[in-house]
Design a protein around this ligand. Sequence first.
Ligand SMILES: [Zn+2]
Length: 392
Amino acid sequence: MEFESWWLAAIPLFFGLGWAAARVDLRHEPRKRGALPDAYFRGLNFLLNEQPDKAIDAFIDVVKLDPETVELHFALGNLFRRRGESDRAIRVHLNLAERVDLDRSQREHALFELGQDYLKAGLLDRAEDAFNRLDATEYAGAALRHRMDIAQMVRDWPLAIDLAERLSREPGQARSHELAHFRCEMAVRALQSGSDDRLEQASRELDLAARAAPDHPRPFLMAGELAIEQGDPARAIRLWEAVAANHPAYLGLIASAWLAAHAAVDQSDAGIDALVQAHRRSPSIDTLAAIADAMERLRGEAAAMTWVRQELARHPSLLGLEKLFALQVRGASDEDRMQIETSQKVLQQHTQRLARYVCDRCGFKARSHYWQCPGCSRWDTYAPRRIEEMQR
Ligand SMILES: [Zn+2]
């Protein structure tokens, strides 16, 4: 049988158990002297023979005789959890949590560990139940954070909002950006619902989101999109101007809509000029492409190509070059068009990879921009820029 090397890491734990067992042995009457080390050594033998379940039973016998070995059992339980052996971690911690002879603080500690075991095992209901029972204990704050994580996993946004607000009241636990995202998710849900007042519901949520985090671009971007849907492009422009001033990089996400809103209020030129200013401050392929298309439409192909060439000289980019080819191909002669199209195809093989967005925490790549990473579930880990722009 192949010896699993990870048990070597547990050797200090076995020594600790041995030390504790010896201490217990000295303090008990002679009749028990033999029994206690027996249980301990039996457990150790089971571990070394790769029979961890029998080892747990033996160690549980040890802890029954002396609560002072409790800390060592916590270590054993956590070792199982880290190894991904959640069922064994649960057995160890459940035994401690149900022991009426342990003091309250130790049982609460066991319950907190048990909640984490259930979470790791994907038993969300049980994890939530364990964390719920830790209100008004020393683990309340940490349990609240885990409950908020669970609420997000099951996309229970009203509960997530309630928990984030409770958590925010604790010192050093501000959750304003998460709160804003939860409100925005509520707005998304309202918009997807078929209800008659879906726009009003979404608007209310986005107001609350902006109030929770006035420094975050998402509520303003979404409120602008909502204003467009409500037939109020002037309001959309006002909302997006706040984004242009404070977070110009995010304008890339709504660049085409920005220009369409300006066109709708007969201010196309002002819209292009403002976007050009934002692009200067924070260049991106999305603003470049939207500006180039609008310029081509309003000021002609030559003006658009001149501007794109200038911008490419300032910030060379393969994605920008692809846009330039797209402009060139439309006005080219048949012979030139074939040549440009060949270059386009070669370029596309590289740019497909460069045009993705990437999570700066887990590296998950996606064609669309996400506010919450589909890979690691963290918020705001996607910059509003493509991979090529991140490498500059
Ligand atoms: Zn991620």
